[in-house]
Design a protein around this ligand. Structure first.
Ligand SMILES: *Cc1c(COP(=O)(O)O)cnc(C)c1O
Length: 450
């Protein structure tokens, strides 16, 4: 696969270059030159495989000669050693061999990885492909990652103890949930994962990372790399679970069209879904759930895209005023607004409605959703009310509710058990460096800890 910059499409790069350099030399985002398209026979073969094998097959189309088939099969088997359930609110699990014909709504739980958020799917693939490349080339990297809560934990976990790599996680100090902060700061004082609490917002963290990359001296001296979804290596693996899950659902319910609802912030998850669809996955619609930060839904409705400063909400991982992946979505549709709106719609959800919906779902079914998942589920309910088509409706659940224990306890109930992996983080000593949101402070810290 060849990648091109979205600024100047003549600027091309291999997968290895795109992954290790994050942005094109002209500052543009990388995108695949053209996506593979699978016919019905190929889709049937891929859908019959277990998820990690299907992922390994798809990955072959996105890499370069530095990876062979066995490398990719090994990377995906190792990265995806946790379940990917599609379940109903009443607790039955989709089994394509013996489907319940009346089931028309599923929750796709993407939070069974080690840090209990969907970011593990991308981080673990990226971490392993990156390790493979660095071991071949003998290079080193300093990874900067800005996080609104979940990315930092997933990236830190994926790169922990990896030779040749040091990771700095920049998070808004006081702006992530207490469980998330424990996850970010508990990876050891002397490990290769360093947490930085920035006195500012997520936008400040993201701006600092961008300034560091733009600073040629700093960027070259430290071999900086981004693990945010500006890096195409984060976005590609997010297509794998849409591809595979849509084939399972289609096999179970062949006559019904398929809609996914995705609680969204930087739009990386949606971009993964759109890539899967472009490769032939049987997906008809995407529904985007946004909180009070909704520049993308404004764009869907008006054709005007206006990035804004973010405002804090209950679904903090989606507090993004300037979604990184918007240019990739435009690119997938050739910039055609109408073409986008034929596939993607969305709903803005307030914090009050999110809380009410978390309680309603819990009281009527016993299913506990994290605030992000509740935004997506409510958006799907709204979509379903406005259509007569008999969709199979899949809500993407992006995080385990226990990651937002303080809010979930206040809103729904205060006696949910803490998963063991989270309890271990909470009990471990935590370390962070606190600094002002200034490039000079970041430069000093990088030099001091290099
Ligand atoms: C990151 C995240 C999102 C938003 O995903 P994007 O790819 O940035 O749109 C939603 N929910 C949770 C729990 C997240 O961690």
């Amino acid at each position: 696969m060849i990648y091109h910059s979205l600024k100047d499409k003549q600027q091309k790069a291999s997968f290895s270059t795109a992954l290790l350099s994050s942005l094109a030399p002209d500052g543009g985002l990388y995108m695949p030159d053209h996506l593979p398209k699978f016919d019905d026979a190929a889709l049937a073969r891929l859908g019959a495989l277990p998820f990690h094998q299907c992922a390994g097959r798809l990955a072959r189309h996105f890499v370069d000669e530095r990876f062979n088939g066995a490398d990719l099969d090994g990377i995906c088997e190792d990265a995806y050693d946790f379940p990917l359930p599609l379940r109903t609110l009443s607790g039955t699990h989709l089994d394509a061999a013996t489907p319940e014909p009346d089931d028309d709504e599923y929750i796709m739980e993407l939070f069974h990885g080690p840090t209990l958020a969907f970011k593990d799917f991308a981080a673990r693939f990226m971490g392993r492909t990156c390790a493979h490349l660095l071991s071949i080339t003998g290079q080193t990297r300093t990874i900067l990652v800005a996080t609104s809560g979940d990315t930092g934990g997933a990236i830190g976990h994926a790169y922990l103890n990896q030779p040749g790599v040091k990771v700095y996680i920049l998070f808004p100090n006081g702006g992530v949930s207490s469980v998330q902060e424990h996850q970010l700061t508990s990876m050891g004082r002397n490990s290769n994962i360093k947490a930085i609490g920035v006195d500012g917002s997520f936008d400040d963290c993201q701006a600092l990372v961008k300034q560091a990359f733009a600073h040629k001296d700093m960027s070259e001296r430290h071999n900086l790399m981004s693990a945010n979804s500006i890096n195409v290596g984060r976005v590609i693996p997010q297509s794998f679970y849409y591809f595979w899950s849509s084939l399972q659902v289609k096999a179970a319910h062949p006559k019904r069209p398929i809609a996914y609802s995705i609680p969204s912030g930087n739009l990386g998850n949606l971009t993964g879904g759109l890539i899967a669809r472009a490769m032939g996955a049987p997906i008809d619609k995407f529904v985007v759930g946004n909180n009070a930060n909704h520049p993308f839904i404004d764009y869907l409705e008006t054709g005007e895209y206006t990035p804004r400063a973010s405002v804090p909400t209950l679904s903090n991982a989606m507090d993004i005023g300037q979604p990184n992946n918007f240019p990739r979505i435009l690119d997938l549709f050739g910039g055609n607004h109408e073409a986008i709106t034929q596939v993607v719609s969305g709903l803005r959800v307030s914090d009050e409605d999110t809380e009410r919906h978390m309680r309603k779902v819990y009281n009527s079914t016993g299913y506990l959703m994290c605030p992000h998942t509740a935004v997506g589920h409510l958006a799907m309910e709204d979509f379903a009310e406005k259509t007569d088509e008999p969709y199979t409706k899949i809500t993407v659940s992006t995080a385990h509710p226990a990651k937002f224990m303080d809010d979930v306890a206040r809103i729904v109930r205060d006696d949910i058990p803490m998963p063991e992996s989270l309890q271990d983080c909470i009990d471990a000593p935590s370390h962070k460096h606190v600094m002002s949101p200034e490039l000079s402070a970041l430069a000093k810290h990088l030099d001091e800890t290099a």
